[in-house]
Write a protein that binds this ligand. Sequence first.
Ligand code: NAD
Length: 250
Amino acid sequence: MAQDTSGRLADRVCVITGAASGIGRATAERFLREGARVVAADVDGDRLATLKGVIPVVGDVSVEQDARRMIDTAVERFGWLDVLVANAGVIPLLSVTEAEAADFDQVMAVDGRGMFLTCKYAIEAMLVSGGGAIVCTSSISGLAGQARQAVYGPAKFVATGLTKHLAVEWAEHGIRVNAVAPGTIETERVAAARVEPGGPEYLTEIVRAHPMGRFGAPEEVASAILFLASDEASFITGAILPVDGGYLAR
Ligand code: NAD
């Protein structure tokens, strides 16, 4: 896919969580091509080590000290923070009858509490440096109902809600907060779902629900994240941008 690389994030200091794979990795690689200085955070240290050109931080976003360290690393290394991409997440496909309370707690811890914590420390840093941009990775599951999303879907509604509430509260301080709502994206999670019980049938049904008739690529989400993180979105805050091949337009 042809991509313009015009230095839209030249010298911007950016923290990306969940950067070792999938959407986060594609975003880190795109941000680097746009001139950003990237702090890449992930719980999977081995995988993160294969991502070149970034400052790696191995940690768990749901652990407060780790979330804080992700932001502090950027400030200590570069002096300030311009952008947070709050993207780390786990994606279990479970019905309410299949899920245990522990599944709910785990997803809420990573996708909910982790997003809250990284946003909290990012905003504290951005207040010192005079503003910034946050892009949260929500989902079509954070805006609409789907089958087998009894634990994941509610966590993505947290992302959508956090985005709107933080956007309103911090706009006057020069901090923009937006989210992308990807449809189904071709990542390893989707590949894994193909071999889970009921997975192929579920994915066939889901692809039909995307009017473009295909799943998205991580790079297509990275492009939307780049737009929201850049000055080209300077009057946009509190927006949830679908990147979903028309899924939510139905
Ligand atoms: P992925 O599994 O490829 O990437 C997620 C990354 O997050 C992994 O590198 C993983 O190690 C990391 N991670 C998991 N738990 C973590 C933790 N506690 N602390 C730090 N890092 C952690 O999946 P992906 O599809 O790229 O997902 C990225 C985001 O996109 C998630 O928030 C997901 O909910 C969202 N999303 C994905 C899809 C999709 O179809 N793949 C659709 C909509 C939204």
